[in-house]
Design a protein around this ligand. Structure first.
Ligand code: NIG
Ligand code: FE
Length: 419
């Protein structure tokens, strides 16, 4: 199977297989004109039409995708989402618009625990079909690889159900999915009676849920909500250590509302990433840079919770941290599947350049998920996961906001969206 994407206005891509940090985040190669030839799911050639004719001839029978007036970029990689959930929380949006805070709503029994109740009540089939529907919307907005977490089950049975549903929903879908166990997302209602109960829940995560998920090979990563009022630093260390002991790679929801030292814990444990970071300290930034922990920015959360404070993305870049941008797609704090929308927030709220944003939704999140050798750039040898933007150049991607900029998506060398 061969596909020739030709007459392109521009090809814009970061380069390489390793995370870009500091000024490297801006090093995007932008070439005017040009073609990309895909064969057997891989990128075989990137260059001018003349070079292609010289190396491969006229290719009379090849499938063609016309790139006239359009820009080709790598398939987007959404490295932080919470896809397998049931229920809906628009009533919380109404409460927030009436002045209640996210934490007040959670304390009154809403928030994560209301989604836990709906997710526990849902069947595996229903969750799998929710996953597939969300993956469909992601793909329509250019995402070709996504990470997704459990964490709305909070019991052995319900966490396994969520992860099995994720596997099932992803099995028939072209978007590649990498799974994360996040049983430590919140303390469930039935474990809130005493400290001993709380302790027993953490023991259950470490000694029952984590081994069971590992035995079924249901998760690559483990994650924890390390935050004041949720899991303490010490509890987070225990939970993540259990994941590490079972061959998972650690990630953290870190320093979202207050600085609790979670970024430094990410460094101590060799985590792949620390995510959120709105309240990260200077010491946390230094520790992350020194230990090669990726900083995952989730500006959809500040936007959706109507907050003025966004993560200090420029400070993280100056401090030498490799950044990624992700949707955090979830029902409570960021209900979107659209990485283009997150790019607009990256530009207009985090002060990132368009080039930095492109690296932060392609190569860097691919590296965060351990896939930097395979995806994340438009280079010969990588998997042919590509997005054709309805934009004459990369900059136009940010300039024309609020519309879906995706004209076509190519997954494993085949056109799966557009024509
Ligand atoms: O990543 N921060 C914790 N968890 C989610 C929010 C989940 C919810 O409100 O349902 C997040 O933002
Ligand atoms: Fe999250």
């Amino acid at each position: 199977m061969e596909l020739l994407i030709h007459h392109l206005a521009e090809i814009a891509t970061p380069l390489g297989t390793t995370p870009r940090r500091g000024s490297e985040l801006r090093e995007v190669r932008r070439t005017q004109g040009g073609e990309v030839l895909c064969r057997d799911g891989r990128i075989l050639f990137v260059g001018t039409a003349e070079e292609r004719r010289h190396r491969f001839g006229e290719l009379p029978g090849v499938t063609r995708l016309d790139g006239t007036g359009k820009t080709l970029v790598p398939g987007f990689v959404d490295c932080h989402t919470h896809l397998p959930w049931a229920g809906s929380r628009e009533h919380e949006l109404a409460a927030r618009l009436a002045g209640k805070s996210y934490q007040e709503i959670a304390a009154a029994g809403g928030g994560i625990l209301s989604t836990v109740a709906a997710t526990r009540a849902a069947s595996e089939e229903e969750l799998a079909s929710n996953v597939a529907a969300r993956l469909g919307r992601m793909l329509a907005h250019g995402t070709t690889t996504a990470e997704a977490k459990s964490g709305y089950g909070l019991s052995l049975e319900a966490e396994l159900k969520q992860l099995r549903a994720l596997r099932r929903g992803a099995a028939d879908h072209v978007v590649d999915v990498i799974s994360t166990l996040m049983a430590a997302h919140e303390i469930p209602a039935e474990r809130r009676g005493s400290n001993a109960e709380r302790e027993r829940f953490i023991d259950e995560i470490c000694h029952q849920i984590t081994p069971a998920v590992a035995a079924e090979e249901l998760a690559t990563f483990c994650d924890v909500f390390c935050e004041e009022g949720v899991f303490t630093l010490e509890e987070s260390r225990r939970v993540l250590q259990a994941g590490l002991d079972h061959g998972m790679v650690a990630r953290l929801h870190a320093d979202e509302f207050v600085d609790s030292g979670a970024a430094s814990l990410a460094a101590e444990l060799g985590a792949a990433s620390a995510d959120h970071l709105v309240a990260v300290s200077e010491a946390g930034i230094e520790a992350m840079a020194a230990a090669d922990v990726m900083g995952v920015m989730l500006p959809g959360v500040s936007f959706f919770l109507r907050k003025d404070g966004y993560a200090p993305a420029r400070r993280l870049i100056e401090g030498g941290v490799a950044l990624a941008l992700a949707t955090d797609c979830n029902p409570g704090s960021s209900h979107t599947e659209s990485l283009p929308f997150i790019v607009w927030l990256g530009v207009f709220k985090l002060g990132l350049t368009v080039e930095e944003c492109l690296t932060a939704i392609t190569l860097n999140p691919a590296c965060c998920l351990g896939l930097g050798e395979e995806i994340g750039t438009v280079e010969e040898g990588k998997r042919a996961d590509l997005v054709l933007l309805d934009a004459p150049n990369l900059f136009n991607f940010a300039y024309h906001f609020g519309v879906n900029p995706v004209a076509a998506v190519v997954k494993d060398g085949e056109v799966v969206v557009g024509s």
